[in-house]
Design a binder for this molecule. Structure first.
Ligand code: AMP
Length: 421
């Protein structure tokens, strides 16, 4: 299947050619023809499947056919995304695909001054990409009107719920016209998402591309068993021994991300961390440095990393195993994209073996065990009763799953404990 069989107009085909994309990904192939017929979409797809183009291309084409480039001052398409990083990436996609159509897109998100965003809105925006909080803020100030929206995308709906955006989203939804085409994406489909989609969508087409329990077959997955205190030595060793020159490393906490990046930098490996406590500028700088390959190792927490889109990321390392097994699948989905091969390496310390079991149960396979090399001895630990010397503020039950409880449900993090990261 080629893009020119999907009924796309020439300017979009040209833009795709310039990007070097020749064949649509499965979600693009399965959804674009229906979306061009103005159907709603329920897409069960994670980042890395090409979902952005699956909604951006039809929206651009339909708006072009509608004559929206006639420079009237209304937002006709609204795309909601949970994080700034994802919003920026979606905006870049609209830049790339839409540059020959004369439609104006803009992105707004919190944590930065609102003035440039305000100025862009005043100049007129056809396609608005936004995170919920800042959008609501600007709506309340009377700077954005959404009563002419005809195309609405809710991206990563499950993550929106996780991050506590549900009330903001409901408020935004109440300002949208009833008649519109809705594109709904979620990587996982818990009950809450199912009912939300049911309320939002009319007779949608359903596309389910890579269920979250199935990481890309092209990703090689393996695990090293290692003491918690030796993980930092192992990280350096694996990077050097395997000649890894570009890798995304995941930690569970913001402090952990900082510490890992600092340790690597001290040992001469160029590393940066990104997480929610860093300023927008610092995050963008780190991300850009990583994209430009000036930064060899990017250390991220799950929320900060959501949607990081670096084409051809070869390696992902789980410095710590996530408490929620689906997160493992999201993490390793950063590599092995669009058919490319990838390598996902996981470090498992004794207190994480139950998390590893949960992951293996979800993905229905056992990770290949690597031989852990000889590492410098861990510094002696002074562990207070029930706590960790490194993270005394964390409650031990979230770090150390109960050994006697082998059922996975008892070990999953609650929404509340996840929000801390
Ligand atoms: P997404 O899931 O939308 O974040 O896209 C994942 C990555 O795949 C991004 O780097 C896209 O630019 C890229 N991509 C999207 N569509 C295609 C395609 N048809 N062929 C190759 N790469 C693509």
């Amino acid at each position: 299947m080629k893009f020119d069989q999907l009924n796309l107009i020439a300017p979009l085909l040209n833009a795709l050619q310039q990007k070097g994309y020749t064949e649509p990904t499965p979600i693009q192939e399965q959804s674009i023809p229906h979306l061009l017929e103005r159907k709603d979409l329920f897409g069960c797809a994670q980042t890395g499947t090409g979902k952005t183009a699956a909604f951006a291309l039809p929206i651009l084409q339909l708006m072009h056919e509608d004559g929206d480039a006639a420079r009237n001052p209304y937002v006709h398409a609204l795309i909601l995304a949970p994080t700034r990083e994802l919003a920026l990436q979606i905006n870049e996609s609209f830049d790339a695909y839409g540059k020959l159509l004369g439609l104006r897109n803009a992105v707004i998100f919190g944590g930065v001054s609102q003035h440039p965003q305000e100025a862009a809105l005043r100049r007129g925006v056809d396609i608005l990409i936004a995170t919920p909080g800042r959008l609501l803020d600007l709506m309340q100030q009377g700077l954005v009107k959404l009563d002419r929206v005809r195309y609405f995308v809710l991206d990563e709906a499950d993550r929106m719920l996780d991050m506590g955006f549900i009330h903001d989203i409901k408020k935004i939804l109440s300002k949208l016209p009833a008649k519109k085409q809705t594109f709904f994406f979620s990587a996982t489909v818990p009950e809450e998402i199912r009912s939300m989609a049911g309320a939002l969508l009319h007779n949608p087409i359903r596309v389910n591309v890579t269920p979250v329990s199935a990481p890309a077959e092209t990703v090689q997955q393996s695990v090293y068993f290692v003491a918690k205190e030796q993980k930092r030595f192992l990280l350096k060793r694996v990077i050097e021994d395997q000649g890894i020159d570009h890798v995304l490393v995941f930690t569970r906490t913001k402090r952990g991300a900082d510490r890992v990046a600092r340790d690597l930098t001290k040992s001469g490996i160029k590393a940066e961390s990104i997480h929610g406590d860093k300023s927008q500028n610092a995050r963008q700088r780190a991300l850009q440095g990583f994209k430009d390959r000036k930064v060899q190792v990017l250390v991220a927490t799950d929320i900060a990393a959501r949607g990081i889109d670096v084409v051809q990321l070869s390696h992902v390392i789980n410095f710590e195993i996530p408490e929620v097994p689906e997160t493992y699948v999201h993490r390793i989905g950063r590599t092995g994209r669009a058919g490319a091969s990838g390598i996902a390496i996981t470090f498992c310390s004794p207190d994480e073996t139950d998390y590893l079991k949960d992951v293996q149960k979800l993905i229905k396979r056992t990770l290949k065990t690597e031989v852990t090399p000889n590492l410098p001895p861990a510094p002696p630990r002074v562990v207070p009763e029930g706590g960790s010397s490194q993270r005394p503020q964390r409650k031990s039950f979230t770090r150390n799953p109960p050994k006697s409880n082998s059922s996975s449900s008892g070990q999953r993090a609650t929404a509340t404990s996840r929000k801390r990261y």
